[in-house]
Unconditional design. Structure first.
Length: 133
């Protein structure tokens, strides 16, 4: 095993151990059944996006200090992130979905038509809080 790989394994073990110890001593706690992650500040629910044109999602959170998370769904694949960000097929077609143009009040969604499995989209947004010391 190379030295680099050994260090990666050691760091991973330390990270997991720190997390487990943090849970044991109450550093990470569940919030009202939400697990270790709080509920998003915005949740679109499942929406039908425009295809090959912008879908404007109004979140009105008043900040761009956020984490944007999108998932897709179709009748064949169920819930997924297939081609998240968009990519090209072997035939030269675009597929997938992406977001851009985040402002303090909205975010823009784009879904490509070719071979799209993004019949429904759910956008969840978490506000990023400054760490307290």
């Amino acid at each position: 095993m190379s030295k680099l790989l050994r260090w990666v394994v050691i760091i991973a073990i330390v990270a997991v151990a720190s997390f487990v110890v943090g849970i044991a001593f109450g550093k990470y706690t569940e919030q009202e059944g939400a697990g270790l992650v709080s509920a998003p500040a915005y949740d679109s629910g499942w929406i039908v996006p425009n295809i090959n044109e912008e879908t404007i999602i109004e979140h009105n959170l008043g900040t761009t200090e956020v984490l944007v998370y999108i998932t897709g769904k179709d009748d064949e694949w169920a819930i997924h992130q297939y081609s998240y960000g968009g990519d090209w097929t072997a035939l030269g077609n675009r597929r997938g979905a992406m977001w851009y143009n985040l402002t303090s009040s909205h975010v823009t969604l784009w879904v490509h038509a070719e071979e799209s499995r993004w019949d429904y989209v759910r956008i969840q947004i978490w506000k990023i809080q400054e760490p307290t010391s």
